[in-house]
Design a binder for this molecule. Structure first.
Ligand SMILES: [Zn+2]
Length: 187
């Protein structure tokens, strides 16, 4: 099991998984408010909203005035949101989403068996392991051969179960790419 796991994490250096497991740097610095279509400028604060869209998660960007006057309940399938800032073009190592928010998403995906959520939680698990925020404890296999991993959250020592969706490398790379687009820029 561990070899298999390290196979995921130690993918080739040109693999998307490694790219996304780095800090979430934004290279693109201007985007559009999904509501008023205003261009977000460098250093502008805005609200990033994670929306569940059937098979996928997508990110919407809202300028603060629009967000403040929006009826959040009226936006379909909001999974989470966080306030952030468009980084300056020159700024290196700007973290777009903080670790706390990643852990928050990881925790809130607990217990769901919907494939999009299972997959997202799995990819988040790889990211959090890479960041050494989540530690592998053990895996249990059921009669059908499905594995569930027990992971320990470093910050509070709590144990969490993660369903292994048995994705191949290609699928992991694809999901990682999607996740990194959601969480970082390409604004
Ligand atoms: Zn707006």
């Amino acid at each position: 099991m561990l070899l298999y796991l390290y196979g995921y994490i130690g993918l080739r250096p040109n693999n998307e998984t490694l790219t996304m497991a780095k800090e979430y740097n934004i290279s693109h610095t201007s985007g559009l408010c999904v509501n008023c279509r205003k261009h977000l400028q460098e250093n502008d604060q805005f609200m990033a909203v994670l929306v569940e869209d059937g098979q996928d998660f997508q990110r919407q960007d809202w300028c603060l005035p629009c967000w403040q006057s929006a009826d959040i309940g009226g936006i379909a399938n909001v999974f989470g949101h966080w306030q952030t800032r468009v980084p300056r073009r020159q700024a290196e190592k700007k973290t777009f989403i903080d670790d706390e928010m990643l852990i928050n998403f990881f925790q809130r995906l607990q217990g769901s068996t919907a494939p999009a959520r299972v997959n997202l939680r799995f990819v988040l698990t790889l990211v959090l392991m890479r960041k050494k925020l989540l530690v592998y404890e053990r895996a249990v296999k059921d009669a059908e051969g499905n594995e569930t991993w027990t992971m320990r959250l470093k910050s509070d020592g709590e144990l969490h179960e993660v369903i292994d969706p048995r994705l191949d490398e290609e699928k992991i790379a694809e999901l990682s790419g999607q996740l990194s687009e959601i969480l970082q820029g390409h604004l």
